[in-house]
Design a protein around this ligand. Sequence first.
Ligand SMILES: Nc1ncnc2c1ncn2[C@@H]1O[C@H](COP(=O)(O)OP(=O)(O)OP(=O)(O)O)[C@@H](O)[C@H]1O
Length: 221
Amino acid sequence: MTTALPIFALKNAVADYGEVRVLGPLNLSLAPGEHLALVGKSGAGKSSLLAVMYDHWHTQDAALMPQDLGLVANLSVFHNVYMGRLDRHPWWRNLLTLAHPLKGDIAEIDALLTQLGIPEKCWTPCGELSGGQRQRVAAARVLYQQGRILLADEPVSALDGPQAESVIRALLATYSMSVLAMHDLDLALHFCTRVVGIQDGVIAVDAPSRTLTTADLMPLY
Ligand SMILES: Nc1ncnc2c1ncn2[C@@H]1O[C@H](COP(=O)(O)OP(=O)(O)OP(=O)(O)O)[C@@H](O)[C@H]1O
């Protein structure tokens, strides 16, 4: 009898920039309900791994919150969040929304912005927001998107402690599976079910969070 591979699995995955290999080959799979923290020092390969995951899984409804956030500076917060569902609507509805947003969409997006503490910014162009506000807009966009798995690169790096916790809580309440690249080890251990430590492009640690302490992860840095 053969066992089917999990849907969200990488086998012998690599990332190369030109002739230089920065990641892998590595194998990794996620079980339903898993929230995986990717940790490791700057340059270890976390973003490269998330890019490989998105490359493999975007057709399976993976939602990406990239490190550079990918917001359009001269569009409003509303329209940036709306982009989370652009591909679910016909072109004419998206065009209409650019000039005349629909009441139902406004209500739904307003509720998300309220949850994230920036409801008053709904019609502000993203280029006029602070770094932490922009990060919350990118979080609102993936919350609105409601994909099957969340891939997020440093999703709370610009937020203070309580804000960071509330954004992570919102993300994990919406997504039943996630991979979050994180610099804050306490947050990673507290909120994620599993920690994968990347060192020089390969997996150096892979264990349930409840079995680890921050001291166990220090050798990665
Ligand atoms: N566009 C690129 N061209 C060439 N090399 C790159 C490129 N992007 C990343 N790299 C290299 O790939 C390696 C892994 O980078 P990556 O961004 O995946 O690390 P990271 O763990 O996400 O770092 P950070 O925590 O600083 O975001 C690094 O050595 C980096 O210099």
